[in-house]
Design a protein around this ligand. Structure first.
Ligand SMILES: *[C@@H]1O[C@H](CO)[C@@H](O)[C@H](O)[C@H]1NC(C)=O
Ligand SMILES: *[C@@H]1O[C@H](CO)[C@@H](O)[C@H](O)[C@H]1NC(C)=O
Ligand SMILES: *[C@@H]1O[C@H](CO)[C@@H](O)[C@H](O)[C@H]1NC(C)=O
Ligand SMILES: [Zn+2]
Length: 512
């Protein structure tokens, strides 16, 4: 009887604690949410866009669980840095000619403010992919340009090539995202006067303050051995025009506190207070996956973001920074969820670093994705199940185990002796897919847009993706829409409009 009593007491206390825990948590959250009714209508001096390439909502959730499990927790309850952003919206990602988009057309949307055709960067929807003669007259400029024109410092940090789809829409106008250097362009496009993207990086907006990522090979003449891999011919320079874009840049920057670096030691030995321009090219093509990164020679995304902000924030007019976690997408295309999710966790770490270095009072930070992937996880896994682990039961059809993570299509589709392959998970494991493809595809559903800082609340509800730079520019008083900026301060700038509408309504009510 005594044992039963103790047991009852234990159960009742446990129920109480569980009740108190979730109730207290919800009440705390409610209290925080109520403070958000006082809107932050400051002018955004600084703008930061974190773009997780291919980081759909299932990727965000899985990265959250991974982050928690990497620090010894169950994972589901963990908060990503982006989870702490107070405002979230959904973005519709389709391209003008595609229901399921690519990274070029979407980059044009969230950087230049107009939707575009897939495969094109920095040109509007009248430009046709690969047709050089449709470029002229259809160029659109990006928020990076608007910020530069307004006297801000600007930067691009990516884990892909600096002339890859996402960053290139910030500075280039190109009907084909694959025209990395003149070597990748058809002869008729060159004859018609189209320029490769690497060249446009240095010519269109000549004074981008910070450029970091990969893509060295596209900057050097053909047959130039790579600085880091001099014995590997495949990493030789690619340029047919014989130009050395890095040398041209360093020459131009020689009396402007400009520095070129190509490895981590060089990067971290810089004193950012003595650097106004930085070009960091850390690999011949994309940077390595963070999971496989050589920590001696290659900087992490977080380390690059840290240096970038230290350089950019010296400008009293503020800055615009584009940060791309660019290889989440590549991991997914390969069906390698582990690579993709570690990339997402590293980008989240970079978001945390930027948060420490900036203030919500003067910095609008947005985290989003260009598009999703055919990635998901499920299978009634128990709380705390390793995110790369198996569902708890065997398939009741083929009696084999299956992982929680599954791709809708991709290279993980494997039939052995006429039946589904059994599972052996390692670091390079390609999660199983329903349809065989060499490269897994993008997904078509909306992506999340997390926002904090001045006017972050304008990112609410469901919107077209090209809305994002319009909000960012408005908040920073740059670009086309700045009437609200001429009166003192952002808040004061918005209120006269609201109050004059109210006055108008009152007058009309009195009169009518
Ligand atoms: C533009 O170039 C394409 C080939 O890329 C050609 O088929 C087309 O006729 C050209 N259009 C004009 C107006 O020159
Ligand atoms: C790479 O560059 C080296 C040095 O100039 C040259 O000898 C070699 O032929 C090049 N290889 C390729 C494939 O371009
Ligand atoms: C699948 O592999 C596991 C070990 O990873 C093994 O225990 C199991 O028997 C295998 N199942 C089948 C149906 O081959
Ligand atoms: Zn992709």
């Amino acid at each position: 009887i005594e044992l039963n009593n103790n047991l009852c007491l234990f159960i009742s206390v446990t129920i109480q604690i569980v009740f108190i825990f979730w109730t207290a948590w919800a009440q705390r959250t409610l209290k925080n949410a109520l403070t958000l009714q006082t809107l932050n209508t400051n002018i955004a001096k600084n703008l930061i866009l974190f773009l997780g390439d291919g980081m759909g909502v299932p990727t965000v959730t899985a990265a959250r669980i991974l982050k928690g499990q990497l620090s010894g927790q169950s994972g589901e309850e963990t908060l990503l840095e982006m989870d702490k952003f107070p405002f979230v919206s959904l973005a519709k990602t389709y391209n003008t000619n595609a229901q399921v988009p690519d990274s070029a057309g979407t980059a044009t949307a969230y950087l230049c403010g107009v939707k575009a055709n897939e495969g094109t960067v920095g040109v509007n929807a009248a430009a046709v992919r690969s047709q050089c003669n449709t470029t002229k007259g259809n160029e659109v400029t990006s928020i990076l340009r608007w910020a530069k024109d307004a006297g801000k410092s600007v930067g691009i940090v990516t884990t892909t090539r600096v002339n890859h789809a996402t960053p290139s829409a910030a500075y280039a106008h190109c009907v084909d995202r694959d025209w990395y250097s003149d070597n990748e362009m058809p002869a008729d496009a060159l004859e018609t006067g189209c320029k490769d993207i690497a060249r446009q990086l240095f010519e269109n907006i000549p004074d981008i303050n910070v450029i970091m990522g990969g893509g060295r090979r596209y900057m050097f003449p053909r047959n130039t051995p790579d600085a880091e891999y001099p014995d590997m011919a495949k990493h030789n320079g690619t340029r047919k025009d014989g130009r050395n874009l890095v040398k041209e840049w360093t020459d131009r920057m020689s009396n402007k506190k400009g520095h070129y670096v190509w490895n981590k030691q060089q990067l971290l030995s810089l004193n950012p207070s003595n650097v106004d321009y930085l070009l960091g090219l850390f690999e011949p093509m994309d940077l390595t996956y963070d999971l496989e990164r050589n920590d001696e020679t290659d900087p992490s995304l977080t380390e690059m973001v840290d240096v970038a902000i230290k350089i950019l924030r010296k400008n009293p007019n503020g800055f615009y920074l584009l940060v791309e976690g660019g290889r989440i997408d590549h991991g997914h295309h390969e069906g390698k969820a582990k690579q993709a999710l570690y990339e997402a966790v590293e980008m989240d770490r970079a978001i945390g670093r930027a948060d420490l270095m900036t203030s919500i009072h003067d910095t609008l930070t947005i985290v989003t994705a260009d598009h999703s992937h055919m990635f998901n996880f499920g299978g009634y896994t128990a709380r705390g199940n390793t995110i790369f682990g198996l569902a708890p039961m065997l398939s009741d059809v083929d009696q084999k185990p299956y992982t929680s993570i599954i791709y809708g299509n991709g290279p993980g589709y494997k039939i052995v002796n006429g039946v589904r392959q059994n599972i052996t998970v390692d670091n390079n494991y390609q999660a199983q897919a329903a349809v065989p493809l060499v490269s897994e595809t993008h997904g078509g559903e909306d992506v999340a847009v997390f926002a904090k800082g001045p006017l972050a609340h304008l990112l609410h509800g469901v919107h077209e993706q090209n809305y994002i730079p319009h909000v960012m520019a408005y908040a920073a008083c740059i670009g086309q829409n700045r009437e609200h900026c001429t009166t003192n301060g952002g808040a004061a700038g918005l209120r006269p409009i609201v109050s004059s509408i109210a006055a108008l309504l009152t007058v009309s009510r009195l009169l009518c």
